[in-house]
Design a protein around this ligand. Structure first.
Ligand SMILES: Cc1cc2nc3c(=O)[nH]c(=O)nc-3n(C[C@H](O)[C@H](O)[C@H](O)COP(=O)(O)OP(=O)(O)OC[C@H]3O[C@@H](n4cnc5c(N)ncnc54)[C@H](O)[C@@H]3O)c2cc1C
Length: 389
């Protein structure tokens, strides 16, 4: 390590927790604040592909994630049509010669329980209910007053504040959150024991995914096109989810039929942050969704946030000068994150097209596995291309 830095991480989501773990492990002086009084998640489950799991291993959290989550056997992802008839089965890549599985589904709360345990192991306490009240960023340092009234000086302030990061105002005030045109419905169900794959059902303009997140539970997620960004009343969500995805039969049918007023249903109007470099200004850096929130169709937001954290730690190790370290960070991360964002958006748009089912079936049979393989190969290539020699 070149220098022990005083670092404030604002936001204890995936990016903020991972950054705090990686940086504290390297000996930096870390403070982690989180706006919420108690951790709560506008999401039930998350799936993590092998690249996210590689990062979790580097953060010392892989074994716990594998134990708490659900490992999809062989990374199998059957695609069915809306009637439930098979189109094609794709297989996601494993990592580390097969030692690290291809896909794990896990409850968000479990992932955070595991990250919190790692934070505590590296000596970082999450200060809940705390935000930045004032920040003065001058040539020497960032002087930050937090909502508890204390004033501290930091060499680096990292925003892991997510999509609506207030710190983005400091770095790129001109950038606005973009609505993607898609909404996503989600619901939680008991997992039938024979449902072990990640399943995608391709409807006419809608897509429905089924993903185990533990031995007992699975979640469904249904994507709909909603150019008008309709506001749905919360108490209507269960009925609206059932109606929006009514065309789906096959394994989705019984799950959709189960949804009622008692159900755990969520609706999210999906938004993006498309931010050209630089992702930093002065002593403030954006990581995770604060810098590059994308649509969730490739399931890569969590992986990108975790990779940001580890690359940031490497860049600070490598470059003694903060400006050089943050510039290197942006150069390494922006091409990778932008590629994941672009592919995810394209997948969402193609899934929303109303198309002849037989043409789509033939196209998917011919190209779906190649699309998976080439996506992961390109991520690897971009990481290698941007890594310092
Ligand atoms: C519907 C949907 C499904 C998704 N599914 C997947 C998936 O299956 N796999 C996957 O990898 N990714 C998925 N993603 C993307 C993934 O959720 C995000 O990319 C990831 O959570 C980003 O983490 P983050 O830490 O950057 O931001 P966040 O998770 O948004 O965390 C930000 C944290 O900062 C806190 N905060 C906000 N403002 C302040 C403030 N002013 N001060 C202090 N704290 C603050 C928040 O309370 C929060 O705890 C999905 C996204 C959506 C919308």
């Amino acid at each position: 390590m070149t220098a022990r830095r005083r670092i404030l991480v604002s936001g204890a989501g995936i990016a903020g927790c991972a950054a705090a773990i990686a940086l504290a492990e390297r000996g930096h002086d870390l403070r982690l604040i989180e706006r919420q009084q108690e951790w709560a998640f506008a999401s039930s489950g998350i799936f993590l592909y092998s690249n996210a799991l590689v990062s979790l291993e580097a953060l010392g959290a892989l074994d716990e994630v594998l134990a708490a989550g659900f490992v999809v056997p062989q990374g199998r992802n059957p695609y069915l049509d809306h009637r439930g008839e098979a189109i094609v089965t794709t297989y996601y890549p494993t990592a580390a010669g097969g030692r690290i599985p291809a896909i794990v589904g896990i409850k968000r709360a479990e992932l955070h329980r595991i990250l919190a345990a790692r934070l505590s192991a590296v000596g970082v306490r999450v200060e809940l209910g705390t935000t930045i009240a004032d920040l003065v960023d001058d040539a020497e340092a960032a002087r930050v007053t937090t909502s508890d009234g204390s004033l501290h000086t930091y060499d680096l302030v990292v925003s892991g504040e997510g999509l609506r990061s207030p710190l983005r105002q400091h770095v790129a005030p001109e950038v606005e959150v973009r609505y993607s045109g898609f909404g996503i419905w989600r619901s939680i169900h008991e997992r039938p024991t024979d449902l072990t794959d990640k399943i995608m059902q391709m409807g006419i303009g809608t897509r429905l995914g089924i993903m185990p997140i533990s031995d007992d539970w699975l979640y469904t997620f249904g994507t709909v096109s909603d150019p008008d960004k309709t506001r749905h009343a919360r108490d209507e969500w269960p009925r609206l989810m059932r109606e929006a995805l009514a065309e789906h039969h096959g394994p989705a049918r019984a799950l959709l039929d189960e949804i009622g007023t008692h159900s755990d249903v969520l609706y999210t109007a999906v938004e993006e942050v498309v931010l050209p470099l630089p992702w930093h200004r002065g002593h403030v850096l954006l990581i995770g969704d604060a810098a590059h929130a994308g649509t969730p169709f490739m399931g890569q937001g969590g992986a990108m946030a975790l990779e940001d954290a580890l690359v940031l730690a490497e860049c600070l190790d490598r470059e003694g000068h903060l400006e050089a370290a943050l510039t290197l960070f942006g150069r390494r991360r922006e091409p990778v994150c932008r590629f994941a964002q672009d592919v995810s958006r394209a997948v969402g748009e193609s899934g929303a097209q109303v198309r002849d089912a037989s043409v789509r079936r033939e196209e998917m049979r011919a190209g779906a596995q190649d699309a998976v393989d080439s996506f992961y190969a390109e991520l690897d290539r971009l990481r290698a291309e941007t890594a310092p020699g």
